[in-house]
Design a protein around this ligand. Structure first.
Ligand SMILES: *Cc1c(COP(=O)(O)O)cnc(C)c1O
Length: 357
């Protein structure tokens, strides 16, 4: 029998969360961002759940777009990083992939030959990728000279601080974007990661790009997904493989970093950092068993971690512990580990089977 450690994937949660994104997006349409194997949930699971409602997907790179085709879905797929080689353009054209062009080299690849329709990335202040607003007129006239202007689907930009409602930066980026693309009013505009959906008054234009919210996790560090009306799509679970009383004064695990102040019912859980559970999650990180919230104690090992079962004294060997899911949100665990839900969800390793429900 295989080890029961599992990531349960709730397809209804994807549908619920996508509906929520669309409500928040108002008149904008939403392309479902399913990069990084559907943020660790499995690209097949998320695309099959959303395919009936989604008219466009977005991924980082061409391999991920191919996986969507292999799963049998025919929607256009935006490639948020464009292509990494000129040769990929013909495949994009044939397969309905839409690269986001962000630099001069990618522009030069459009010479002659077949090319897909594409988006143009505008750098409005994130300063990762894209053309500066003042470069756009030259970019567009080059495209016109090459007979490619009709293949521009629209313009894309990305926000640096959409999760921080107190910052003016998103408002500034929005204004810069709107002005930069105003000379081409017929083209589509796409701004708006998950966080932007929750910003009061934020324009999302024709296409928003929700990612993390589809998985039920929060784009904001100070809120959890459920607090935003989202449903967790992953429940990471592992069995209790032993329980024992640790006596007052005894310690548990590597580094002996936790010592019992009184006799404490302790359980060992069959999951560790080799499964993607964060080693930085220390004592007091929440987990749950049989619907009861419990806490981690001591250091996370490669294949195991320890929990304090004082709050769930009826827990037995074989009972499943939820590391994150419906009772404990991944956002809470992320906070304890000094990271964000994105990293935890995409970091669950291949040792953990994803099981759909
Ligand atoms: C990943 C990504 C998104 C989705 O962001 P979330 O914060 O997960 O919603 C949107 N746009 C671009 C360009 C991205 O790289």
């Amino acid at each position: 029998m295989p080890r029961p450690t599992v990531a349960r994937i709730d397809l209804d949660a994807f549908r619920h969360n996508f509906r929520r994104a669309r409500e928040l997006a108002g008149d904008a349409q939403s392309m479902a961002v399913v990069k990084a194997d559907g943020y660790g949930h499995g690209i097949e699971a998320v695309t099959s759940a959303l395919s009936p409602d989604t008219t466009r997907f977005a991924v980082a790179c061409i391999e991920e777009a191919l996986a969507i085709r292999q799963a049998g879905h025919q929607q256009p797929v935006a490639l948020l990083q464009g292509t990494h080689a000129r040769d990929d353009l013909a495949d994009c054209e044939r397969l309905g992939f839409e690269p986001v062009l962000h630099n001069q080299e990618q522009l030069s690849w459009l010479g002659s030959g077949r090319s897909p329709d594409f988006w143009v990335k505008v750098n409005t202040g994130m300063n990762r990728l894209g053309f500066r607003p003042e470069e756009l007129p030259e970019v567009m006239s080059k495209l016109q000279a090459a007979g490619r202007q009709h293949q521009v689907i629209g313009f894309v930009t990305h926000f640096a601080r959409a999760d921080d409602f107190d910052s003016e930066m998103t408002t500034r980026q929005t204004r810069v974007f709107e002005e930069a693309v105003a000379p081409w009013p017929g083209l589509l505009r796409s701004v708006g990661n998950s966080a932007a959906h929750f910003r009061p008054g934020q324009p999302l234009y024709e296409w928003s790009r929700p990612g993390i919210m589809l998985y039920g996790a929060s784009p904001m560090e100070n809120r959890t997904g459920p607090e935003l009306g989202l449903r967790p799509a992953m429940s990471l679970e592992a069995p209790l493989i032993t329980t024992r009383i640790v006596r007052a004064g005894e310690s548990v695990g590597y580094g002996a970093s936790w010592t019992a102040e009184q006799d404490t019912l302790m359980g060992m859980v069959a999951i560790g950092y080799a499964d993607g559970y964060p080693r930085h999650a220390g004592t007091d990180t929440p987990a749950a068993v049989n619907g009861q919230r419990i806490r981690l104690i001591g250091r996370v090992s490669m294949d195991m971690l320890a929990v304090d079962l004082s709050a769930a004294p009826d827990a037995r060997e074989g009972d499943m512990v939820e590391l994150w899911g419906k009772t404990v949100s991944v956002d809470e665990v992320a906070r304890h580990a000094g990271t964000i839900g994105y990293e935890l969800l995409t970091g669950v390793t291949s040792r953990v089977p994803r099981v759909r429900e």
